[in-house]
Design a protein around this ligand. Structure first.
Ligand code: SF4
Length: 322
């Protein structure tokens, strides 16, 4: 099967500049050589602690941030480093849903203006065509046409996120990066938005990269999960396999810290990670997790682990499995 999204050796570094002449004094290694593929109509979760590089990776994949190196392909078309004129047609196929729907909506524009803006730039609709199309999109996200004359501050968090989703849908994208789309919402609203994203995926065969730090949310919506630590992907597996049979010590620690409905799970096995995630300016040598790993060995401090495949769909980067 050909993959719809292919990310290969993606790297993103932010230079640190010092002094009057802005001399480069180092780099923030935000995303470090990550590779994965997503099938058409699949949802891949990207999970990890705050600051591990998930959102930066999502923005590089969409071309919102220029990648330092590596390749991103949608349907075998290269996304990174393409000419601006060509980028416009690619961007129509790829959209983002942001974490904070309030800051991502222009407070000075009415909902009508917010939803029509992408249509005016990218699509060739008549005025009536625009109105009909917007009415259809609003219906899909569960909003009434009466919202069109109102402004973002007049809505609740859940309604604003529905407007954010409606805006992402206006260009009829095939691939959506959902960046923590429910983490700013009340728990009672989260399920509604997650179910909306799932039903839209089924109706339009959408492909999602679903970024979240919340493993319960990931389990609810994703088909496969990639676990990220300090800019690197350490394990990828189908969602149920990851929850039942995690292999990387970091994945095990993440899973042990969330309440999951497995009565047979032994709570005394809870793994508490010591210390904070190290600085991406000066990441640890060898395995980047070695400063916090409960199973660290001597080799881990010097040599980065190779990828070991537990099975065809379950790669893990850890010396314990080598
Ligand atoms: Fe822990 Fe070593 Fe595996 Fe890294 S390679 S996760 S330090 S056991």
């Amino acid at each position: 099967m050909t993959s719809f999204i292919k990310v290969k050796d993606l790297v993103k570094e932010f230079p640190i500049k010092k002094g009057f002449f802005g001399k480069k004094a180092g780099s923030v290694h935000a995303v470090n050589n990550i590779s994965f593929e997503i099938q058409k109509a699949e949802t891949l979760g990207l999970v990890g602690e705050s600051g591990c590089g998930k959102s930066t990776a999502g923005r590089c994949i969409l071309g919102l941030l220029p990648a330092t190196s590596g390749s991103v392909k949608i349907d075998d078309m290269e996304v990174t480093g393409v000419e601006p004129a060509f980028r416009k047609s690619i961007r129509q196929r790829m959209q983002i849903i942001f974490q904070n729907p309030y800051s991502s909506l222009n407070p000075r524009m009415s909902i009508d203006g917010i939803l029509k803006e992408p249509l005016i730039i990218h699509r060739n609709f008549s005025k009536q065509g625009q109105n009909d199309f917007i009415a259809r999109i609003l219906d899909l996200v569960g909003l009434d046409k009466s919202v069109l004359g109102r402004y973002p501050h007049e809505f609740s968090g859940g309604q604003r996120q529905r407007i954010g989703i409606a805006r992402a849908l206006t260009l009829e994208p095939e691939f959506i990066v959902a960046d923590e789309p429910v983490s700013a919402l009340d728990i009672s609203i989260q399920a509604q938005i997650l179910n909306l994203l799932k039903s839209l995926k089924e109706e339009f065969r959408l492909t999602y990269l679903f970024i979240s730090h919340d493993l319960s949310v990931i389990r609810h919506v994703c088909d496969r999960v990639a676990v990220m630590y300090l800019g690197e992907i350490v394990e990828i597996a189908p969602v149920e396999e990851l929850f039942i049979n995690p292999q990387h010590p970091y994945t095990k620690a993440l899973l042990s810290s969330v309440p999951l409905p497995e009565p047979e799970r032994d709570l005394s096995q809870r793994i508490i990670l010591k210390g904070d995630i190290p600085s991406p300016v000066n990441p640890p040598s060898g395995c980047k997790f070695h400063t916090r790993c409960p199973q660290v060995m001597e080799i881990c401090r010097k040599t980065p682990p190779e990828t070991t495949k537990i099975n065809e769909n379950h790669p893990v980067n850890c010396h314990l499995l080598g």
